[in-house]
Design a protein around this ligand. Sequence first.
Ligand SMILES: O=C(O)/C=C(\CC(=O)C(=O)O)C(=O)O
Length: 292
Amino acid sequence: MSERITSWHGNPSKPTYTPPPGAIDAHCHVFGPMAEFPFSPKAKYLPEDAGPDKLFALRDHLGFSRNVIVQASCHGTNNAATLNGIAVSGGKARGVAVVDPAISDEEIAALHEGGMRGIRFNFLKRLVDDAPKDKFLEVAHRLPKDWHIVIYFEADILEEMRPFIAALPRLVVVDHMGRPDVTQGPDGADMKAFRELLDSRPDIWFKPTCPDRLDMAAGDPWDNFARAVAPLVADYSDRCIWGTDWPHPNMEKAIPDDGHIVDMIPRIAPTAELQQKLLVTNPMRLYWPEEL
Ligand SMILES: O=C(O)/C=C(\CC(=O)C(=O)O)C(=O)O
């Protein structure tokens, strides 16, 4: 792998929608800068630099106040780039780490000190070589009590994921709703299966995110996504958080306009009350609970 890729829009539009004061982009990443924070030798994609300066400029452009930076797979289990993003944010970012399950308790404490509030288990074979459930469970038990676990999987393995998810000893957040086929509509098989998962535990949350990934064939303005996801946000409004997914890893062939991504918010959360929960109250509970 030698060629570095750009997966983000160079000049995103200004959204029509204005997020409420204190709105949090609770799913985004930083890439590098590579000279300071090299990518993992196991990385499945090699991006151009998308560092904190670009992320914070986008935050301001889109009308957001804070970020939650999720460690991206291209940085493996070395969280230095994500910790750097948090450190230079002036208190306006926190993060989700990816760890080697053999991590020591002292190292977990250092991650907390650096602003991490959760860890991510990634089950996408195109992104990671292995996902050892037994080792993940062991480290999950050693996390601080107020941390949560972010999991990323695709709808075709939801059934086999159920026992593992049921055993997780912390609040769970499912990335991109476990990537349902949104073209099936709000009552399709994938959405039904995901609702069953949400109903199995009151502390399973989700991100109604990535219209660009989940409705790629139809494309912007991603109408299938809006139709399938709005009822889920309405029915589980205390259990969802939202993010841009910038810099949109692996989306170099269908780069979304971030302004349009933000304009999806009022389509899936049509009232001010829902928007407040999705963008402020819910993510504050996970990432800045001491301010509530
Ligand atoms: O940004 C996302 O959430 C989704 C990703 C990238 C990713 O998860 C990672 O690199 O860790 C994807 O589907 O390629």
